[in-house]
Design a protein around this ligand. Structure first.
Ligand code: GLU
Length: 928
């Protein structure tokens, strides 16, 4: 019967075995007077549980509240003992560390569950303690993950108490010794934090991790704003989980990146519901009058402090564990005396139940690890925007940071924030990027300047909708790092000190600069080259017709010519087929003749080489072989020579002492330098390449200094130096100069390859947007149009183009200077021919005078000369030998006898031979 009753009762309570829990379960709460929200949350949670009959169906919770001072641990122990005497099932609170540890030790002794909701760095694992606050190490890891996800290279930690440092321990540990140094500074007593903030500002640090009590956040941020540390470039990571309870209204439009984690999402439906109940449930709860109005989001945020929500969750966790424990054993709650060695037998069981229970509360899923810590939880990442704090991602212990905001959303937000903003743009005077306008009127403000950079920023501002004001860099420098002081100068300094938002110029993107500031995509690509005076034109070489073949080849050809001639002579003598009958009419001649005398061989070979041929040809196979090969050789040689000749006759020889950086490095006569404090000088200073190192030492040691304070000064030095100075300059600037100054030119190629970018202070939110605008302009061809405008059109562009075209058209015409050598050779040849003719004349006359006519040499020469200069005809009398063969008697009629080619006498029939004269034609032609 009893068994049956039990079964009926079991089903009556919803299928759960409920062993009798007492009707009234007392729970004790220890609160500090200033902590009224904790108390309200505690009471409200008790009310909710009592109202919801599903949690503890047959029992009612009663809240026993004790108010204690946060410092007075003695009083706290007394109140705990008092609570225990009334018979409580658990103790909640207190929040202060001083009192909490005493309460904890009493609870441990009495085996009463102690529920805490506060951050406790001591990571206690006491048997009776259940702390719902997320595990400190896990929270610390969240900060590390976020800082890593952002890629912060350096940052400053501002902490308030030593506990704060413990909270950031993981962050300090994660930052390796090889990385950038991080600064750690204590906030101080306050309320004036400005001196500290100023120091941080002077250190140019823009990433700040702020760890202070929630109450102080507003003051710190406000004072940071007052000293100018709440700009677009500053980022704050606030470690408090209660940033949503701080009034951030004044910081919403500053553009500063303020980010924090939160455990409670005040916009979650169940949280809103609890908040509404809370607000309307009783006037006293938050000290406000319920006016019946809807609870606003702002109200919501300011109500839900993490520790308050945790208290609410703690009471629910306790109730759930009690309910679960009740299903397994009978529980009774008895008063305990601190002075006696009494313990509560169900204490441990209840604690164990609490640690295995998994439930969802206001602070998300409540779950404990095997050590009893709440290490698995989800944090929202919130960022301050124009609409207040907005969730941009989540963090959990397994996956780390997960940003939920898309790139598009971020981009839109940045572009919106840029709208109608006025950015300060730092400039440097450098043609054609930024130049003062030529005007008769006094110009002021942005109107004073013009150039490529000015047009570029105008185009970008049209795309992104911002305004800008120009400011010339005070020291007129681009920016270089002083290795000793580690300080930047020039435009870089302006950006780092946040006196300018953008630097637009021919500012080269270098590794050092990229470490210090942010650069956009490059808008122009270039490299270092040499600016020097144009090489002087050399007059063409008189004998340039010899240039197509090298001296070696000419020598080889001459040798081949002689060799072939001699070989032909030898082979012709050797082969029987070259020996011929000198009188074809005489079938049995006394002797044979060989036409290939040495002189004939030389004549034959030169005739072939000149492609002219000659009137005798080889007959034997061997000599023909020699001739054939020689002809082949001459064919190839002459063709090659002809092909190369045109180039050598037309090419202009330039006299340039340097053709590359290596040439510069090798000599010391021509001085060379670069812009002081620019990236070109830095390139040589930092180069590991020996030639450039040598060049840098030369430049550094040169006296007077070879460095220029501006590109214009460098160019002037090259012009004035007339070949004694070369300026190492960036190719785009060289292009601009040589387009206008025709005396100058670029020597050699590019020594490196880099680009110009728009620079902005580190951590600038505008980088992506401005980079996007630069890319857009590039794709639309606007950058090209700008370049053409400022390089080729404006301010005297194209002045040197006429020169170039003139010289290129003149290149096709050959002047006398080019071919003069050929005339010289011709004249020389003619002269030599005349000398030889005179020699032949004298030689022949002497021979005739001695051998044929008994006359003097002079008489004979005069006789011969008379015939030679007689212009009346091309015939002359034959000179007779003195001791010739006996002449046959003259035929009747007195006609002289003639001698034919075979040596026979005959009577000429031709009228030409009537007077004893024989024309040379007649003698040659045997048929006549
Ligand atoms: N563009 C260089 C710079 O950013 C300046 C010119 C140069 O060094 O040749 O420093």
């Amino acid at each position: 019967m009893l068994c049956l009753l039990s079964i009926v009762f079991f089903f009556a309570v919803g299928g759960q075995l409920v062993l009798s829990l007492p009707d009234v379960i007392r729970i004790g709460g220890l609160f500090h007077p200033a902590d009224d929200r904790q108390e309200v949350a505690f009471k409200y949670a008790v009310d909710r549980i009592n109202a919801d009959r599903t949690i503890l169906p047959r029992s009612r919770l009663t809240a026993q509240i004790e108010r204690i001072s946060p410092q007075d641990s003695f009083h706290a122990s007394k109140r705990v003992c008092h609570l225990l005497k009334t018979g409580v099932a658990a103790i909640f609170g207190p929040q202060s560390p001083q009192t909490a540890s005493h309460v904890q030790s009493i609870c441990d002794t009495m085996e009463i569950p102690h529920l805490e909701t506060r951050w406790d760095f001591r990571l206690r694992r006491e048997s009776c303690l259940v702390n719902l606050y997320p595990h400190p190490r896990a929270i610390s890891k969240a900060y590390v993950d976020l800082v890593k996800a952002w890629g912060w290279k350096s940052f400053t930690i501002i902490y308030e108490t030593n506990e704060g440092l413990v909270r950031l321990q993981e962050l300090l540990k994660a930052h390796g010794p090889s990385e950038f140094p991080i600064a750690v500074r204590q906030l101080g007593e306050g309320p004036d934090y400005r001196p500290l903030l100023k120091q941080i500002k002077n250190s140019a640090e823009s990433h700040i991790v702020l760890d202070c009590s929630t109450e102080k956040i507003y003051d710190v941020l406000k004072q940071a704003q007052q000293i100018g540390m709440m700009s677009d470039y500053h980022s704050y990571l606030i470690t408090s989980l209660d940033l949503h309870t701080v009034d951030l209204e004044e910081f919403k439009y500053g553009g500063t990146n303020i980010t924090a984690f939160r455990l409670v999402d005040p916009e979650r439906a169940d949280v809103i519901k609890v908040m509404k109940d809370w607000a309307y449930g009783s006037e006293s709860r938050f000290g406000r009058k319920p006016d019946g109005a809807q609870l606003t989001r702002k109200d919501n945020s300011t109500f839900v402090k993490t520790e308050t929500a945790l208290m609410y969750d703690a009471v629910h966790l306790f109730a759930k564990a009690l309910h679960d424990l009740d299903s397994s054993q009978r529980i009774d709650i008895k008063p305990l005396n601190c002075d006696a060695a009494d313990t509560w037998p169900h204490g441990y069981s209840l604690i164990n139940y609490m640690k295995v229970v998994e439930m969802r509360g206001l602070t998300g899923v409540i779950k404990f690890d095997n050590q009893g810590f709440r290490s698995s939880f989800v944090l929202d990442i919130v960022e301050l925007g124009r609409e207040g704090l907005k969730q941009i991602g989540t963090w959990n212990s397994t996956q780390g940071v997960n940003f939920t905001r898309t790139f598009g959303e971020t981009y839109t937000q940045i572009v919106e924030s840029l709208h109608n903003k006025t950015l300060v743009v730092t400039l440097i005077l450098s043609s054609p990027y930024c130049m003062r306008k030529d005007s008769s009127e006094q110009l002021s403000g942005n109107d004073q300047f013009e150039g490529y950079a000015i047009d570029l920023i105008e185009e970008i501002s049209k795309i992104l909708g911002f305004n800008y004001t120009f400011k010339l860099v005070p020291d007129g420098r681009y920016g270089s790092l002083n290795r000793e002081t580690k300080e930047w100068d020039g435009m870089m300094r302006e950006l780092l000190d946040q006196r300018a938002d953008l630097a637009i110029a021919d500012l080269t993107i270098t590794y050092d600069r990229e470490q210090a500031v942010d650069f956009t995509m490059p808008f122009m690509n270039l490299g270092i080259s040499i600016l020097y005076r144009k090489p002087i034109k050399q007059p063409p070489n008189l004998f340039s017709f010899l240039s197509p073949l090298s001296l070696d080849v000419w020598i080889y050809m001459a040798t081949a010519y002689l060799g072939v001639s001699v070989l032909l002579f030898i082979l012709a003598r050797f082969t029987p087929y070259e020996w011929q009958n000198p009188h074809p009419c005489n079938p049995s001649p006394d002797h044979l003749e060989n036409q290939f005398t040495l002189l004939n061989c030389l004549w034959f070979a030169i005739g072939s080489l000149m492609q002219q041929g000659c009137d005798f040809l080889p007959k034997a196979v061997s000599t023909r072989m020699v001739a054939g090969m020689w002809w082949f050789f001459t064919l190839i040689m002459i063709s090659s020579y002809t092909a190369n000749l045109a180039a050598f006759l037309t090419v202009e020889r330039m006299d340039s002492p340097i053709e590359s950086a290596e040439d510069l490095a090798k000599q010391t006569k021509i001085k060379y330098g670069a812009l002081r404090g620019g990236s070109t000088a830095a390139f040589f200073r930092d180069s590991n390449f020996s030639t450039y190192q040598r060049m840098w030492s030369f430049m550094e040691s040169a006296r007077p200094s070879v460095f220029a304070t501006s590109n214009t000064e460098g160019v002037d030095r090259v012009v004035r130096g007339k070949g004694s100075y070369a300026f190492l300059m960036e190719s785009t600037s060289i292009e601009y100069v040589i387009e206008r100054n025709c005396e100058l030119t670029q020597v050699g190629g590019l020594l490196d390859s880099k680009g110009y970018g728009i620079a902005m202070p580190p951590n600038s939110p505008y980088r992506t947007a401005i980079s996007g605008a630069v890319l857009k302009l590039q794709e639309e061809g606007k950058l090209h149009i700008l370049k053409t405008r400022w390089w080729k059109e404006k301010r005297g562009g194209g002045s040197c183009r006429d020169d170039t075209s003139k010289s290129s058209s003149a290149a096709n015409e050959l002047g006398l200077a080019n071919v003069g050598g050929v005339f010289v050779v011709l004249l020389g040849g003619m002269g030599v021919a005349c000398v030889i003719a005179v020699a032949e004349f004298v030689w022949k006359s002497r021979k005739v005078a001695v051998e044929e006519r008994p006359s003097s040499l002079c008489a004979e020469m005069a006789y011969e000369l008379r015939h030679a200069i007689n212009c009346s005809g091309s015939t002359r009398p034959v000179t007779r030998r003195r001791h010739s063969r006996p002449q046959p008697p003259p035929p009747p009629g007195g006609l002289p006898l003639e001698v034919d080619v075979c040596g026979q006498h005959f009577i000429p029939l031709s009228p030409y031979s009537q007077h004893g004269y024989v024309s040379s034609n007649q003698i040659k032609d045997p048929l006549v």
